[in-house]
Design a protein around this ligand. Structure first.
Ligand SMILES: [Zn+2]
Ligand SMILES: [Zn+2]
Length: 145
């Protein structure tokens, strides 16, 4: 990859990643699987096609559903990626792991049907009770949860 547009990594620095293009979408996911996988009230993530994404380091992998594996740093445990198993090959990348945490902005909330009651949303972004339905467009892949 030549010049990455975005880069980031885990807390300890063992896992590093680089993206050579824009994310397909950037969303907050409030589903129960994401909550437990990241140890927080939601998963703020950018979806990158794997064709423009690369990462290095040792990770642990855990299937949180038949559709999705979660990848964390094998040393410090930082949750980094959600990897859907359906096409196209893509990764959900935690916005908290971007070196520039404000580099991209989420544009929607999904799975608000499972949102924690003590979190108030007042950002005016669209809210969807569940995930987005799959479409045939490669950059509008279904949400990974
Ligand atoms: Zn680490
Ligand atoms: Zn989710």
């Amino acid at each position: 990859m030549s010049d990455p547009i975005y880069q980031g990594g885990c807390l300890c620095g063992q896992v590093r990643w680089r993206a050579g293009g824009e994310p397909a979408n950037v969303r907050f996911c409030h589903c129960r699987l994401c909550q437990r996988a990241v140890g927080g009230p939601f998963f703020a993530r950018a979806i990158f096609l794997e064709s423009i994404f690369e990462w290095s380091g040792e990770v642990t992998r855990w299937a949180t559903s038949p559709r999705v594996d979660r990848l964390s740093c094998a040393r410090c445990g930082t949750p980094l990626f959600a990897e859907p198993k359906d096409a196209p090959a893509r990764l959900g990348v935690s916005l908290a792991t971007f070196d520039d945490r404000n580099a991209v902005q989420p544009t929607a909330h999904i799975w608000v049907s499972e949102k924690v009651a003590w979190l108030a949303l007042d950002d005016g972004l669209p809210r969807h009770a569940q995930g987005f339905a799959p479409t045939s467009h490669p950059t509008e892949a279904p949400d990974p949860c």
